[in-house]
Write a protein that binds this ligand. Structure first.
Ligand code: MCA
Ligand code: AMP
Length: 505
């Protein structure tokens, strides 16, 4: 019997004293030390009555211990459910309830807010702080450093990642062991990772990009990660000389370009810069090449699918495109109404099929059926076209989504809150261009007849329920919203009107 995810990514490193994590202060953690720590966590889960198939929700700062919890889940067959550290208790409640998580791990400073919610949902709570202290590590210290790996098959769930919906609440994307492994195998090959690499890792580890793409590749290839708590320009510039590769959202690269210390000499030795999660502007791609001589390799993925396409490692990395379908993955462009495949050059919805595509949304068979076809193609909600040379261009979205600094924000969630505010008749939330985050959130409000809206109070109230990154960067009052003849709000018109709010035009 076996456990493919644990065996292939983690277990094979048992007993190896090679460096897995290099921390910001220079301290290193070997593969073996990391695996002993994760085995201790796995033993603690067992003591807490958390077993294979149970869901374990984690909302903690990035740390080696947090990553070891992911490894412990793989080894014990527990389903890992990471949550953005920015979410408020209000937002977390839904995830715990919907997933039926048995254990929630949070920072000590969130315990007062979360404990009553967790208890009311009959789950247990433990803490883990960014410095590695907390009730869980305290329990784990006295646990054995080995754990008998639980048998799992490739079809068993490894993780559930919540991704927001355009209409209703967030949906839990069910990712199997094989979804994660197949993608890691493909990417190691496509991007030529080897144990000689050192990946500069400044992404959060509660999303696909930092958790699966970066970490799973590194575990499979056996390379070290320079593991930073967050993206800090000074740290990146100081540590680039020790790295061979870097992965980031476009903001990582625009911030680097805004700093004169980022020179061609600093980047010269690097093997590869990879960008994803949001569109990399062609001008950033071009400016980056002019400054460093490197062409950023842009790729395209989703929470539900891991990575789908990539520009080539060898061959032309074309600015403004996301390259070709990855090995084993089919990517087609279809007519949104009929679902029929469109010829090269025509714009349509992007559909994806392959071993990387998720199993469906947790306990939402109807939502799953709407987006995942019986023949295995997943309707991404992105709009794209193939050019004459077969490069995929993402030209827009069929879904009402804002991507700010790589974080996805669904306007509907914010509109529902704004509509409840005093004197608000209705609202529309849009994304407008932002020099640092790519896009940022703007809320447009219509007052009820003969009333005034107090914008300060609206902002304060919204802040209580919404993570900081989702809160509107600007609130604007208008007399009415533009509508088409069918009565539908014309967000395109609003986006055009407010496009220069945060840029020079
Ligand atoms: C922080 N803030 C943000 C964001 N991040 N606001 C909007 N959008 C954001 N992304 C808030 C902070 O709370 C703060 O608020 C203020 O903005 C400025 O913070 P700052 O220190 O400048 O921000 P930061 O901490 O440097 O963070 C920016 C960041 C970070 C480095 C771009 O957001 C980040 O690491 N993003 C990566 C997200 C990611 O990994 N996405 C992958 C999703 P205040 O001033 O009020 O305190 S996976 C995915 O999309 C798919 C699968 C894929 O293809 O990869
Ligand atoms: P998420 O739901 O966080 O997995 O985000 C997935 C979405 O991010 C995709 O559906 C795209 O809209 C967007 N995305 C990811 N990579 C890229 C990219 N390279 N260019 C444009 N959009 C991207």
């Amino acid at each position: 019997m076996a456990n493919p995810l644990y065996d292939e990514l983690f277990g094979k490193h048992l007993g190896q004293d090679t460096v897995f994590l290099q921390l910001a202060d220079g301290q290193t953690i070997s593969h073996d030390t990391f695996l002993k720590m994760s085995a201790q966590f796995a033993n603690s889960f067992k003591d807490l009555g958390i077993n294979a198939g149970d869901r374990l929700a984690v909302q903690v700062e990035k740390s080696p211990q947090c990553l070891a919890i992911y490894a412990a889940c793989a080894q014990s067959g527990v389903i890992f459910l990471p949550l953005n550290t920015g979410y408020t208790a209000n937002e977390i409640e839904y995830f715990i309830e919907n997933s039926g998580a048995s254990l929630v791990i949070c920072d000590d400073n969130k315990l007062t807010d979360l404990a009553p919610i967790v208890e009311s949902l009959n789950a247990a709570v433990e803490t883990l702080n960014s410095d590695g202290t907390g009730s869980l590590p305290t329990k784990a210290t006295s646990a054995p450093t080995s754990f008998a790996t639980i048998d799992r098959s490739g079809d068993d769930l490894a993780a559930i990642l919540y991704t927001s919906g355009t209409t209703g609440r967030s949906k839990g994307a069910m990712l199997t062991q094989e979804n994660l492994l197949s993608n890691a195998r493909t990417l190691v090959k496509a991007w030529k990772f080897t144990s000689d690499d050192a990946l500069l890792h400044a992404l959060p580890i509660f999303h696909t990009h930092g958790l699966f793409v970066a970490t799973n590749i590194s575990l499979l290839a056996g390379n070290k990660m320079i593991f930073l708590p967050k993206y800090n320009l000074d740290d990146i510039i100081a540590l680039l000389p020790e790295a061979t590769t870097m992965m980031g959202v476009p903001t990582f690269y625009t911030r680097l370009l805004s700093d004169n210390r980022f020179t061609s000499e600093l980047a010269q030795h690097m093997r590869l810069f990879i960008s994803g999660s949001a569109p990399l502007l062609a001008e950033t791609h071009i400016e980056f090449e002019a400054r460093t001589g490197h062409r950023i390799l842009e790729r395209y993925g989703m929470t539900e699918t891991n990575m789908n396409t990539s520009n080539p490692y060898d061959g032309e990395r074309r600015a403004g495109t996301v390259g070709f379908a990855l090995d084993g993955t089919d990517v087609k462009i279809t007519n949104s109404e009929t679902g029929t495949e469109l010829p090269k050059g025509e714009i349509g919805q992007i559909e994806v099929r392959g071993p990387n595509v998720f199993k469906g949304y947790w306990q939402m068979p109807e939502k799953t059926a709407e987006e995942l076809r019986e023949d295995g193609f997943f309707i991404t909600g992105d709009l794209g076209k193939y050019d004459d040379d077969g490069y995929l261009h993402i030209v827009g979205r069929n879904k009402d989504l804002i991507i700010s600094g790589g974080y996805n924000i669904y306007p509907k969630e914010i509109e529902l809150l704004l509509d409840q505010e005093e004197n608000v008749l209705e609202s529309a939330v849009i994304g407008v261009p932002h020099p640092d985050f790519g896009e940022t959130v703007v809320g447009i409000l219509v007052p009820k007849p003969n009333t005034n809206i107090d914008l300060t109070s609206v902002a304060t109230n919204v802040a209580k329920s919404l993570a900081r990154f989702k809160q509107p960067n600007k609130l604007i009052i208008v007399k009415e919203l533009p509508r088409n003849t069918m009565g539908k709000v014309q967000k395109n018109a609003l986006r055009a009107e407010y496009k220069d709010l945060f840029t020079d035009g």
